[in-house]
Design a protein around this ligand. Sequence first.
Ligand SMILES: [Zn+2]
Length: 145
Amino acid sequence: MEPSFKMLDERSGRYLPFIYPEEIPFWEAAKQRQIRLQRCSSCGRAWYPIGPACPFCFSMKFEWVAMSGRGTLHNYVVFHKAWTPWFEKRVPYAVVQVELEEGPRLTTNLLDCPIGDIRIGMQVEAAYEDVTDEITLVQFRPAKR
Ligand SMILES: [Zn+2]
């Protein structure tokens, strides 16, 4: 996988995330239906967003490890305005913050859940959406358990 700074996917009309070189392990894992994040080799904590050093102890030694994909809905906001044409058929939609079992929080979307059913504290599990041949987004849906 190569870094990508393409903003708009002409085929879908959807805006794409930039993929910085240091994030490639995350995006490659997403393509394989896995959340892989950095875990500190000194204090053992995982973190997100991706960065060069542990935000807890500032060690620069880390490894990429697979997360369980399970988490809790920590917070959310509902968008009623379509900021780009792609969202026009999708409003209202929720942007949620999921706290993974391992601790890091991801800002993402909640799929397969009507807005009125969203509850802070609900159990969620990772879902993956192939947006382009290169990019798969990590999203979440209500947990089946
Ligand atoms: Zn650390």
